[in-house]
Ligand binder design. Sequence first.
Ligand SMILES: [Zn+2]
Length: 453
Amino acid sequence: MRASSATRTPLPTSRGALLLEQLGQLEQSQWWSVDQLRDYQFKQIRRLLRHAWETAPFYRERLTAAGYATGGSFDGTAWLRLPLLTRRDIQSAGDAIHSNNAPAKLGRVTAIQTSGTTGEPVTVRRTEADALLWEALTLRDHAWHRRDFKGRLAVIRDSVDRELGEPPEGSVFDNWGPPVSEVAVTGAAGVLKPTDIETQALWLAGFNPDYLLTYPTNLRALARHFAVSGERLSNLRGVRTLSETMPADLRELCREVWGVPLHDMYSCKELGYLALQCPEDEKRYHVMAETVLVEILDDQGRPCAPGEIGRVVVTSLHNYATPLIRYELGDYAEAGLPCACGRGLPTIERVLGRTRNLLVLPDGRRRWASISFKQYPEIRMVRQHQLIQHSLNDIEACLRIDAPLTATQEARLREIILESLGHPFRLTLTYFRNEIPRGPGGKFEEFISRIAN
Ligand SMILES: [Zn+2]
């Protein structure tokens, strides 16, 4: 590969100024060519590998076994030979996965714990410099989607702080909080823990937000509620979703019900933002290539061509506290074509969800299982649904409904579910009058497989 002229200056000292400087650099680098970005990434990777080999015992062993030698040549082919890192690897490595000498200039080291959707808790450390980049990417998302910071922001999500957002009042602040409040004067922000939809709707109507941030499944339930009740959110200008796979029909539902666009973000707790929605093409995500290398790999470990679906493997380019090198997230995604907007940032067409969300057919094939109830108006009373695959032949459909279904509706429902699953499974229907319980870590999965993946 040719030498890159692309460089980014080190992080300066006062936070707001630092963030704006980082944002300014991101504004430039988004227009770099594909080759420039790739060169920049591999320059960072060579530094990271050296650091990991020198300061993290787990990586010294693993990289040496893969034929890595400091100072030696290292190219894209050698990279593809490096084994993938799993959550189980991180768990069993213990402290050996962390660097024993993270550079002091990158700031204080803090730990993040996450159980992910696989329910396997891991601890990852990061530096202040990482945290800053993460926040700069938040600002990039706001800039791309031209949000007006003077608007009122409503956030409905679980919070680390148990006291925060307790229903029915929630918590209200006079600004959006960091990072936006560090660079701009903002409107008020309200935070509410996910609770029953009626309480959420009341809270939203009272708060009257310009923007709403929540999980896709929660957003869908809210949109359905507002569609049925006819209540309005007169100031609403946009919604943002995070943390779960966004179903394809949700965007349209938001347009129908509220007349607003939906912007989805692809992130994980360990690395922060992986990809953000293109400002000019809502069907496409741009990878945050300045901070993360995202690989989409087929079953043989080869990079997927545009249009192909594969496993998502990520490398954090700047985490010198816990190097995450070729880390397998458990998500699947479809590799995308270069975007017509002109940004060189690689694209993802869609994120398909977690490994355990794949349906296993009795013949062993796995496929993404998703059911859209929207096209079937006769069963619109299903407020929330979850499918659980208990065995190769058994599926349980958990359905939140307001009133019992008639025999005809139930028969129709069975038909729709089996049709979308593409196989005549034994199907059990379980009804809930309230919220279907969430899994560990507060995430809600629309499809759970109890079969080991
Ligand atoms: Zn684009």
